[in-house]
Design a protein around this ligand. Sequence first.
Ligand code: BGC
Length: 814
Amino acid sequence: MPDTTPADLLAQLTAAERVSLTAGADAWSTRPIARLGIPAIRLGDGPHGVRKPHDGSGMSMFDSHPATCFPTAAALGSSWDPVLVRQVGEALGREAAGHGIAVLLGPGVNLKRTPVGGRNFEYFSEDPHLSSRMGGAWVGGVQSTGIGASLKHFAANNTEQRRYGVNAIVDERALRELYLASFESVVIDEHPATVMAAYNQLNGSHCTESAWLLQEVLRREWGFEGVVVSDWGAAWDRTVSIPAGNDLAMPGLGARDDDYVLDALRSGAMAPDALDASAARILALVSRHAGAAVDPVDPPDLDAHHRLARRASAAGTVLLKNEGTLPLPAGSRVALIGAFAADPRFQGAGSSHVVPTRVDTLLTSLGDALGVDSVVYAPGYDRTHSVSTRTQIAEAQDAARSADVAVVVIGLPEVFETEGVDRDHLRLPESHNRLVEAVLSVNPATVVVLQNGSPVELPWRNEVPAIVEGYLGGQASGSAMADVLVGAAEPGGRLAETFPVAYSDHPVSLLPNGPVTVEYRESLYVGYRYFDSVGSDVAFPFGHGLSYTSFAWSDVAVSTDADGDVVTVQLTVTNTGDRAGSEVVQVYVHDVESSIFRPEQELRGFEKVSLEPGAASRLSIRLDRRAFSFWSPTARGWVLEPGRFEIRVGRSSRDIHWRGTVELGGDGAPEPTRPTALEGSTGEPIAYRSPSRELGFSAADFEHLLGHPSPPNIPARPGHYTLDTAVRDMQGTAAGRVLHRYLARQALKTIGAPDGAPVDAVAGDVVAQLTFRMFPTVSEATVGRRGALRLLALVNRLSGIGRRRPRDGGGTGR
Ligand code: BGC
């Protein structure tokens, strides 16, 4: 990079050069400007490992340079350990630098609005406080190495179904208090180099085209000074997205794709200021990060990174249940059952997929820990097809009968859970459930180990004495799980999301998803905020996780500073057991008297502490005014209503050990105006004041809450498809079906799936979500913007041919 400031450089650029900076050179790089010595920088996936395809500019997911596969965000989120997540971030930054990647495309901090989201494994939590602390630690760690982060996917990107065009309708409070809150403190405190604008629409605008989201909230309110980059293919028209605040459109579609932007500049249809601002930000990004990626001080120590991945995986492992079976006593004879023990599922499918540097299996690692002769293995089911033969079950039972303990390893195979597709249930493969029951019937000392990226129904959970949730724990998850089972490491995790008893208990399971909009009718009642407000049973609550040791809490005290601005919770935690272990102290706030609806309680602080046996530590958890405030749509800001708040300190949202009350003064501002949407004749809508399954969240209540009608949610008719219509919604016509088949074949080629890869089975579902907006990107610019519009017109013209009734008008996915 030349020794000139970005502002000076900008002044030397022609209009064409400025435009050229606002789109990639290819799938991963920015455009260089050789004449002025401005280099290109490379961006690369992703959140839990570095993915750099061997073919440089290609999109292959399977043929990339080996990199450490760290635990997925689902596992890291369960660690509740920002210090550890920061270390993982540092390691990721070092590996990115080693691969010449200047901006790493992560972390994902979207909330897990529903447990069926196909990308939930890439996200930390259903709670914004936890999610933003973890995301902030990740960004801080990566950026400490000089590599930039890309906070994604901004915003309300919570469903994979019709993910490129769906319109998320979110009321202002839910948006501010939950979905934006998950990004806010990361932006303000950690200054990520880039923020990635999501594919979806939010309240009627594509995120890449929403000046409200990108300029007003992100830049003006939160002070973001970095680059907004589009998700891959999300910026359709730069003459719209640049003025809205999306600086960089990725991937690039070739130099010819600049012409329409230049034309708009020349004709005055696009003002030059917005372009200049974007180009300046991109120059600043390049100048700040180019050096770090080409000149790493030390090559990464991959052995050390593997050890870190192992420690992080154990730290995110959640001991859901333990009736004394774990840790396995020394000398135990173990039947290790389940093909996942030998061929683990340790990462999610999709753009975050990395080629690991090595993989530890539980089979080898448990053999190493206990002695190979003490471990008898039986696969129990077919890894690819998730079916069991009678012989496999009989072998598993034989192994279990002659062992002290049976460890059954089950979970979700790739085809159940991937980027691009949501689930429509929370069930494990039937064969996995049957295997657990068959083994349990011959050996009551059965431990179930889970490998999955998001919650599953556990129908046998009351009968099985021990259950360990390992999530998708990265390449060292096998050795980490062996460490946990034998007690060499403690299960450090606590659930960062609720495990419902059944999917049908979840409010979102009852709400429509598509074909055009997704109404977030449950508003603030997401995850435990819903279950705790309703008081219904859950399988395992938010925050839950057992330890191998025990802790006592004493001298809990709550104080408020003189200005009433900060509430501090202090307590002493003592390890009263005989092993080292960690405790996660969680602080929830319940608003005792409120003029508006609020969830029963909300997580506002936490602290994880590791203690040797007998050791004690005094913790101090600070809650600022924001912890007690709500977003007022009428005041257009955060409002703290004067009154009493109950502070609840617990080990999970359902295991509260201490309660105390603080009285806080209001904002000193005039009495807060009550949000208009809640000023119906009977006050606020009853469904929101006391949500209940019987009442559900009705369309009418939701509109009352929005304060205006919700946009129509009617499938596009054949002949009237738009740039936002998903291919899945064109299946009623012959043209739509032909298109679908063609896209599925192309997609497998583009991502370089090896024959028989599990993605085969879901490729059809993944491409069914595509819209014509995505065609330039998925065709790698073979079809340009004009071509995509022509194709759309053609499909509309042909849509009278071979018409069938649509397969579904909405549905909930797979
Ligand atoms: C994903 C992003 C990812 C990008 C590049 C998109 O489809 O949504 O998360 O970073 O591709 O692979």
